[in-house]
Write a protein that binds this ligand. Structure first.
Ligand code: SIN
Length: 286
């Protein structure tokens, strides 16, 4: 039994993914034992939700630092949307709010396909925090899929065909659907195992996604793409997914090593504003 100064209530939200953590006010520093319990809940549940928080940017950075080194923004500053100059370093603004006709934040509009943040980097970021500041009346939900549950139940023949192979990942900053032409010229690419072993839990998870995975190393495109499509279709099945409906003041942290996420459409005439940080990875995926 770990003694913490905070009485935490950790409530799982689905069979495979998501837990809500109540009883902690993240404006206040948390003690080491509480941090350890929260960290373990993140590993166990892949996505953790802290409802009803009232955070300043400094609080978001402090809380993020409990989980490792804060990830740097990879997009070159010349592609920063205008709202980024109101942020502390390493915070990203996701928003459709427009000033002078231009979105102030990144990833402004509508639906977004399933993806793992920063999979296109050689050492991808372990986790992502997202904090809701303004939300539409409906839509703009974020869906999270457990890569563990999908891996465990993947068709054995498909699994055998892909075991030991690498996926090729590419991303144009700003794209929300594969090949939508919205991304900037600042792109990144990387190659990682299709089935990733999580370095802390040692569990295997599907590590390819519909938005950013464009091929399989050493395999012709016409052979690779149908196999990948079959994996995407399986990984996005509702039984592996937690659908998060945002409330004001929700702080979410998800594990990019073993989960992917997507966003649903929302009304273009309603405001949505989120603050995001990431946790830098420490190892190359294996
Ligand atoms: C993201 O994928 O980082 C953004 C998700 C969202 O806007 O809900």
């Amino acid at each position: 039994m770990v003694e913490t100064s905070t009485r935490l209530d950790i409530a799982p939200l689905t069979q495979h993914i998501g837990a809500e953590i109540r009883g902690v006010d993240l404006r206040q520093p948390v003690d080491d034992a509480t941090r350890d319990v929260i960290y373990q809940a993140w590993l166990d549940h892949l996505v953790i939700i802290f409802p009803d928080q009232k955070l300043e940017q400094e609080d978001l950075l402090r809380v993020s630092s409990y989980f490792g080194e804060i990830g740097a923004l990879r997009r070159p500053p010349k592609f920063f949307p205008p709202g980024f100059n109101r942020l502390l370093p390493n915070i990203m603004l996701i928003s459709n709010i427009r000033e002078n006709g231009e979105p102030i934040g990144a990833l402004p509009d509508g639906e977004m396909m399933f993806h793992h943040d920063m999979i296109h980097a050689d050492i991808p970021h372990n986790g992502t925090f997202l904090y809701s500041v303004e939300i539409p009346t409906h839509g703009g939900d974020t869906w999270f899929a457990s890569g563990y549950a999908a891996y465990d139940t993947l068709d054995p023949a498909l699994k055998a065909r892909l075991e030991g192979r690498n996926g090729i990942h590419h991303y144009n900053y700003g794209s929300t659907k594969k090949g939508d032409g919205h991304g900037t010229e600042a792109f990144g690419g990387a190659v990682h195992p299709i089935f990733r072993t999580h370095e802390e839990t040692k569990r295997k998870a599907i590590y390819v996604n519909r938005l950013m995975t464009i091929g399989i190393e050493g395999m012709a495109e016409d052979e690779a793409m149908p196999l990948l499509e079959a994996v995407f279709d399986h990984a996005e099945k509702p039984q592996f997914v937690y659908e998060h409906k945002w409330r004001l003041g929700d702080l979410l942290l998800w594990d990019n090593r073993c989960s992917s996420h997507a966003r649903t459409d929302f009304p273009a005439d309603q405001r949505r504003l989120m603050l995001r940080t990431t946790i830098q990875g420490t190892v190359k995926p294996y």
